[in-house]
Design a protein around this ligand. Structure first.
Ligand code: UDX
Length: 429
């Protein structure tokens, strides 16, 4: 099929590449001329496992191209996907100005029937607004359909999630765009559910909020575990074996971050408020999440006492493993709070150091993870990178002035760490 994706961020770029990979012809549009130039020259502005090779392969095969001309994308496609940012506003509500502008641009360029698909995460009832806008600004007065098709990919696993989705959600007002949408997704062999547009939009906010709730739930349990000598991983394992609960997203941590959960929670709370429902449950999810960071910091201060003048090594800056994304990263927040207490930091991340430099100043960026502990008073693990499990613990123990390790991601076994001579503090164990 001939497809256009507007917006080449995490969702747009990976979606475009995966659609091309299964044989569709895809035009990716972005209004950032510098970004389009980079992409045309074979550069990838984000780190996402498997993406670079996939883009290269499909560009070479002539199935994937990049432009900053929306009209070119619209003229040469049957289905146009919106994957533009929907950033939060100061009051938690969603800024829909990118969606609105692109809807107008598409409308202005349409001369035949088109299917306009929203992939960006938007408040329920946005589809109606997009349809109204297109109708108003479409000079050619042609027919069109608006579809909601939310994206569920996780950063760091985006290619995998897109190629093997759990489900495809297609929200429609009429049946007309359904066959084309099914054709787009047929190569992915996933269950497809067709709903009304409002339900599709809600599925996205409801899913992300539920996953955030799951993390906050286990984080609250971790507090009870610490107070009683229980082990949160054992508890999560025992809970997760009940198929109704499931094991995933029950990893206690110093809190969730990133560009989705915090934003989507605030947005969903705000949407509910506008509908006159006080979504107190989700406010509690936010409260537990920020409390988790406070508790972790307290653990560090309780152990090290005064942080002023102390050197702390921090492993991890990205908001999670396998990504270079540092937006709303708990690791960066922790660094800022340690700096506020007067600590000097030596930091390392396998992929996110370049992006972190814009947000985190006056620290020593260390290229090699095993060198981070050199001359430090304690070591902190802030991101769940798999490779941190391969840390040279013997070297770390010898390099630290005193072998103290705070693990915000429960990567190591407490008994083994004690055997190795560490004072080891993790979450809920
Ligand atoms: C999330 C959703 O998973 C995805 O479906 C949606 O489309 C976008 O938002 P993402 O933000 O990329 O994806 O990452 P995710 O893997 O969900 O992790 C979010 C945060 O939660 C990270 O900071 C991660 O470290 C944290 N987390 C995750 C935990 O603390 N514990 C867990 O058990 C899982």
């Amino acid at each position: 099929m001939k497809l256009t994706i507007i917006g080449t961020g995490y969702v747009g770029l990976v979606t475009g590449a995966c659609f091309a990979e299964v044989g569709h012809r895809v035009i990716c549009v972005d209004n950032d001329a510098a970004k389009v130039k980079t992409l045309q020259a074979g550069g990838i502005p984000i780190y996402e496992p498997g993406l670079e090779e996939m883009v290269r392969r499909n560009v070479a095969a002539g199935r994937l191209s990049f432009t900053n001309d929306t009209a070119e994308g619209v003229a040469n496609s049957d289905v146009i996907f919106l994957a533009v940012p929907t950033p939060p506003q100061p009051d938690g509500s969603v800024d829909l100005s990118f969606i609105e502008r692109v809807a107008r641009e598409i409308a202005g360029a349409m001369t035949t029937y088109k299917i306009i698909v929203d992939k960006s995460t938007v408040p329920v009832q946005t589809g109606d607004k997009v349809a109204e806008t297109i109708k108003r600004y479409c000079k050619a007065k042609v027919e069109f359909d608006v579809v909601s098709n939310p994206e569920f990919l996780r950063e760091g696993f985006a290619v995998e999630d897109l190629m093997k989705p759990d489900r495809i959600v297609i929200g429609v007002k009429t049946q007309r765009p359904v066959p084309a949408m099914k054709e787009v997704y047929q190569p992915f062999n996933a269950p497809i559910i067709v709903t009304d547009i409002n339900s599709a939009e809600l599925i996205k906010h409801a899913s992300n909020s539920f996953l955030a709730l799951k993390i906050s739930y286990i984080n609250a349990i971790s507090v009870i575990c610490e107070a009683t000598g229980a082990n949160v991983q054992e508890v999560a394992n025992g809970m997760g074996m009940d198929e109704r609960i499931g094991k995933r997203f029950l990893n206690a941590s110093l809190g969730f971050g990133g560009s989705c959960f915090p934003k989507d929670l605030s947005a969903f709370i705000k949407i509910a408020e506008e509908l006159r429902y006080d979504f107190g449950l989700l406010k509690e999810v936010q409260r537990i999440n920020s409390g988790q960071m406070d508790r972790f910091l307290k653990k560090i201060i309780d152990t090290l006492w005064v942080l002023k003048g102390k050197k702390i090594g921090v492993l991890g800056l990205a908001f999670k493993q396998n990504t270079d994304d540092v937006r709303m990263s708990p690791a960066i927040e922790l660094c800022h709070r340690l700096q506020k207490e007067g600590a000097e930091l030596r930091v390392h991340d396998p992929k996110a150091m370049d992006k972190a430099k814009a947000l985190l100043k006056d620290v020593t960026y260390v290229d090699e993870m095993n060198a981070v502990a050199d001359g430090c008073d304690a070591l902190v693990i802030a991101t769940e990178w798999e490779e941190f499990k391969q840390l040279d613990l013997e070297r770390a123990r010898k390099s630290l002035s005193h072998p103290i390790l705070f693990d915000g991601r429960n990567l190591f076994d407490p008994a083994r760490m004690e055997q190795l001579g560490f004072i080891y503090k993790s979450i809920g164990r």
